[in-house]
Design a protein around this ligand. Structure first.
Ligand code: F3S
Length: 399
């Protein structure tokens, strides 16, 4: 692989041992994927934050870095943690877990990483630009960056996104290259998508059936950012999809070629319904509603707020919404939160139903409008999940 003089110096340890370790990782990944060179990145989004998912192993990783005070070279943000930084006790998180979680966040902060703790950096002012190369790691954010914003990123792991942040480079392969971004499956949507969960169902069904294949989707209305994030998260979760094309939405549609299309498929009402059926349960009693996978936007919070105008939450139902802390800083949010709290709805920031340990240990039957959350939560034997539209959920848990 071609390396510039500066990159060679980094690799040989002239800029310190920690930078050399990280450069080795970037180069190794590049060699495995037959990259010809490294490219500078504009930003990094780093997963591997929740103590629930990374465990004690993360501390040995940090120890490796502790000899030198290294700082990230590009704007870098963190994925959700295992708890709300301010309201962890209210969530039921133990003090022991909280201490470990704060230590992890602090270690990342020392490296100059913004402790945003969200999978939707683009909802809090960190939107990537068309054509920029990135090293993002949260799978739904990766699809959004590629498909909605037209930036270019592979689906990085936690260590590789951190290595890219610390060196400022990633290897040029796969979704950084125009020829690797071309669609291979054409999907025509022949049913109405009436809710955010319908977009989630489309994404889930597609990913499950066409693992890793890039779709060109037709028959969709103009997608909002909320619809695109539901579609992105579900196809990434069920099928490791990294990019989708939708005419008049995906910014690079003018350079998209349909020459590589190998299959044409239809997504109709029965395919959509099959996802709801897959995550249906006989039991109608549930103990937690979990909304905000990916993290909820202000618009979604407003929809919930408006529904509760003349309703209250039924007894014995907990209703949790997850969002980014920065969303919670707006005045509009604060009035929404005060209102919803009076109705029994709790809003947590910095974490989510999947990366927090408390959901799976404390709650037995969870109702959500996210196919991605449904997939991950149902991996646990003791947790049942029902996937429904937000409107259906709101109608069934209020009076
Ligand atoms: Fe985000 Fe957690 Fe879902 S990280 S995409 S809310 S699983």
């Amino acid at each position: 692989m071609f390396l510039t003089k500066n990159q060679e110096k980094m690799l040989e340890g002239e800029m310190g041992e920690v930078i050399a370790i990280n450069m080795k990782l970037i180069v190794k990944i590049g060699e495995i994927n037959e990259a010809e060179k490294l490219i500078p990145i504009k930003s990094a989004q780093i997963a591997g934050v929740s103590y629930f998912t990374v465990g004690e192993a993360i501390f040995s990783f940090f120890n490796l870095f502790s000899k030198e005070k290294v700082k990230v070279k590009v704007p870098s943000w963190l994925n959700p943690a295992g708890m709300d930084r301010e309201n962890w006790e209210k969530m039921g998180i133990s003090k022991k877990f909280a201490e470990k979680q704060f230590q992890i966040i602090e270690k990342y902060k020392e490296m100059g990483i913004e402790t945003t703790l969200t999978c939707t950096p683009y909802l809090i002012g960190n939107q990537p630009n068309y054509g920029e190369h990135l090293a993002w790691s949260e799978s739904s954010a990766v699809v959004m960056a590629n498909s909605f914003f037209g930036a270019r990123t592979n689906r990085e792991g936690g260590p590789s996104s951190l290595a890219a942040a610390l060196t400022g480079f990633t290897s040029e392969y796969d979704f950084h290259l125009t020829e690797k971004r071309q669609p291979t499956i054409k999907v025509n949507v022949e049913t109405n998508l009436n809710s955010l969960s319908d977009f989630s169902a489309l994404g889930y069904w597609y990913g499950k059936n066409f693992h890793g294949e890039t779709p060109f989707i037709t028959g969709l209305p103009q997608l909002s950012v909320n619809e695109a994030k539901m579609l992105s998260s579900a196809m990434a979760a069920s099928g490791s999809v990294t990019l989708f094309h939708v005419k008049n939405l995906t910014p690079e549609s003018d350079i998209t070629s349909l020459n590589n299309i190998k299959e044409r498929i239809i997504f109709s009402e029965s395919e959509k319904q099959s996802v709801y059926d897959f995550f249906a349960q006989k039991e109608t009693d549930f103990d937690l509603v979990a909304i905000g996978c990916p993290h909820a936007s202000l618009v979604e919070l407003l929809i919930i707020h408006n529904f509760f105008e003349d309703k209250i939450l039924k007894k014995n139902v907990k209703f949790w919404v997850f969002t980014a802390q920065k969303v919670s800083h707006s005045k509009k949010f604060q009035s929404i939160q005060r209102f919803l709290e009076r109705k029994g709805v709790e809003i947590f920031t910095d974490t989510c139903m999947v990366v927090s340990p408390i959901i799976r240990t404390k709650y037995k039957h969870i109702l959500t409008n996210s196919a991605k959350a449904s997939k991950y939560l149902s991996n646990s034997k003791q947790t049942k999940v029902t996937f429904k539209s937000l409107n259906h959920i709101l109608r069934s848990v209020t009076e």
